[in-house]
Write a protein that binds this ligand. Structure first.
Ligand code: GDP
Ligand code: ZN
Length: 357
């Protein structure tokens, strides 16, 4: 197995050299399980768990290996099990908060170079949704490409493209039909060999159909991997990081399909850069653009220079982002409290500190 086929490049060499202790090898995570992950490396494929030290040091769920991650692993020759010692610093990451564990952040896709923001040009077409996905893309660090699918059934594809441009200024916009194949060459070309892509979009916009078209066959979840289950039997499961015929790579994890708007204000401002520009001219530096005197944003809405739908979309996203951030802060505080309790407890039990009775 050649690592370059999975996106390895000299930039990763450096990152690896900085982290790896002798005996460790680089590998990429192609799938995640509850307590393990599947790796590809020069030796082939295997299942891996993180080392005890890794687990001990991890501060949050997002520290653990995720699909797309490059890791430094202990992988003795010929073994079908490996141990992950470190995750190489991510170039980009899509994060969600898991429902079960009190909103612990989890990386659902790492090291995505290009994220395709897919909309369907049927009744589903919704600019506000493109804006949300753009903010997610900005937050992730991946490059965004807007894909307008189902061009074959669009009433006015040209108009749709103009509308998309009005919210995604400067991003490539591709008009495609996964069903007929129109425009799919450009989509393929947007992912150079060795680059990693991912698709974001609501259910029904055609993501699976696009992936199948990129794969050039009719089964979405291809590339079966044989592995031992707990009872030592071989089971077949599927990669979530897949190689495309053209040499590109694609991450398709279930988590990508349920991303919430976890972002910071910088990502929001990049999605709404004209609002950020206007805000610089508000009378108050901490203007919330919701009723203050001398607000340049509201003035622009009143003058018809800023689309009111876009203004409302901005306020809505800001509200959600702040809401998530407050929840996050509460969670972090609770964790910190628990940590200190544990430290105090272990100090109390330590012979050196134990009070003489
Ligand atoms: P996903 O939920 O985003 O993965 O969407 P699917 O790939 O399952 O597609 C949803 C529906 O849209 C299916 O019935 C597809 O056949 C249909 N579809 C996908 N792409 C196109 C397209 O380019 N044109 C048309 N007319 N239908 C499409
Ligand atoms: Zn203002």
């Amino acid at each position: 197995m050649n690592l370059h086929d999975y996106g390895w490049s000299s930039a990763w060499d450096d990152a690896f050299a900085r982290l790896a202790e002798p005996g460790l090898v680089p590998a990429r995570v192609v799938r995640e399980h509850r307590d393990a992950c599947a790796l590809v490396g020069e030796a082939g494929e295997c299942l891996a768990e993180v080392s005890g030290r890794f687990r001990h040091r991890a501060r949050s769920g997002s520290d653990f290996p995720a699909v797309g991650d490059w890791v430094a692993a202990e992988w003795p020759g010929g073994e079908s099990r490996a141990i992950v010692h470190a995750v190489l610093p991510r170039r980009s990451a899509f994060v969600r908060r898991s429902a079960g564990t009190g909103g612990e952040p989890q990386v659902v896709a790492a090291n995505v170079d290009t994220v395709f923001l897919v909309s369907g040009l049927d009744r589903d077409f919704n600019l506000r949704r493109i804006e949300r996905y753009l903010t997610l893309a900005h937050e992730s660090g991946a490059r965004a490409v807007v894909v307008l699918n189902k061009a074959d059934v669009a009433a006015d594809p040209g108009h749709a493209r103009l509308q998309a441009e009005s919210v995604a200024a400067g991003k490539p916009i591709l008009l495609v039909s996964a069903a007929s194949g129109a425009g799919m060459g450009a989509l393929r070309g947007a992912l150079a060999p060795g680059e990693t892509g991912a698709l974001l979009g609501s259910s029904g916009v055609g993501k699976s159909t696009i992936i199948n078209a990129l794969l050039g066959r009719d089964a979405l979840r291809t590339a079966p991997v044989r592995e031992d289950d707990d009872r030592g039997r071989h089971t077949t499961s599927h990669r979530e990081l897949i190689r495309l015929p053209g040499g590109g790579l694609l991450i398709d994890t279930p988590g990508m399909r349920e991303l919430q708007l976890l972002a910071d204000d910088t990502a929001l401002e990049r999605s709404f850069d004209e609002i950020a520009d206007l805000a610089g001219r508000c009378r108050f530096r901490d203007c919330t653009h919701t009723g203050e005197p001398g607000c340049a944003v509201q003035a622009a809405v009143a003058a018809g220079e800023l689309d009111v739908g876009r203004y409302e979309s901005y306020l809505q996203q800001r509200k959600e982002i702040r809401h998530h951030r407050i929840e996050q802060d509460v969670r972090l505080q609770n964790e910190e409290r628990k940590r200190w309790k544990a430290i105090h407890r272990s100090l109390r039990n330590h012979p050196k500190y134990r009070r003489e009775e």
